[in-house]
Design a protein around this ligand. Sequence first.
Ligand code: ADP
Ligand code: NA
Length: 330
Amino acid sequence: STTPRLFSGMQPSADSLHVGNYIGALMQWREMQQNYDAVFCVVDLHAITVPQDPALLRQQTRRTAAQYIAGGIDPEHSVLFVQSQVPAHAQLAWVLNTITGFGEASRMTQFKDKSAKQGNDSASVGLFTYPILQAADILLYDAAVVPVGEDQRQHIELTRDLATRFNSRFGDTLVVPEVQIQKETAKIYDLQSPESKMSKSATADSGVLWMLDEPSKTAKKIKSAVTDADREIRFDRGEKPGVSNLLTLHSTFSGTSIADLEAQFEGKGYGDLKKEVADVVVAEFAPVRERALELLDDPAELDRVLSRNAERASDMAEATLARVYDRIGF
Ligand code: ADP
Ligand code: NA
């Protein structure tokens, strides 16, 4: 086909995705799957680069996949699979390990950040070679475009370098992907500490809007969101991070511009804003949550969907791996 191939993925690092993941990833993917031959992956091999509890990992992987589908990824149209079910990822990663320079890998700034957080000595070699596995993910599917945020640019550049190096050593084999830095999507901040990004690894649950939260809980969290001491409903990230975050949430789901919202809420109180934000977020999430719970209620069927998709992914990935193995003399 002439439709360009796209690859993207997310780690199964929590039981539920949050509203930031929904806006920053799922909503984009749902849109892009119309125009690309899209492959979406739950990257559990990446997840084990830091310690995981086995039972929890299995549960989070299933739940993440269910939320991809509930959020609009169509597993009959796009490919949606679990990374560990396609052995070619680990196999190509090994080959790429052997053509990556130690110094080159050592320059990856995300490893420096993540390992510093863990205390350098306890970081695994897997965490160090994480970007090489990521390169394998992309190259196995001949992905032409890889939509990522600015923080992933260095890893995609490494992927391009490795593909180019392999091709020049062994002959034209791998598709060199384009880096497509995603247009800045709205960033969502923690409801309780609105100067930090909303994150799966947040310490306080009350600051995070989980997709699988009950609607009443979602509304309650929004109504308890931290704002500020004045009364003005105005977008100002620096001075009014809490109110700005609420305006972003409203605008993203209602489609009303921030400027129109500011005009609409002139003279009104934070309580009015919070009530409307709760309504638009709940309206968006309630059907997604219900669909996800339905899917999780029938784990056997969900597993069948995932294993069917793993086969579709394997067909693509093994074709690439066979080309690579042949070139290197296996
Ligand atoms: P988290 O920090 O919650 O673990 P990840 O780093 O796994 O999230 O990111 C998964 C996807 O969700 C990425 O595409 C990222 O851009 C998006 N994302 C994560 N947090 C937010 C947020 N607070 N606002 C907007 N997008 C986000
Ligand atoms: Na993260």
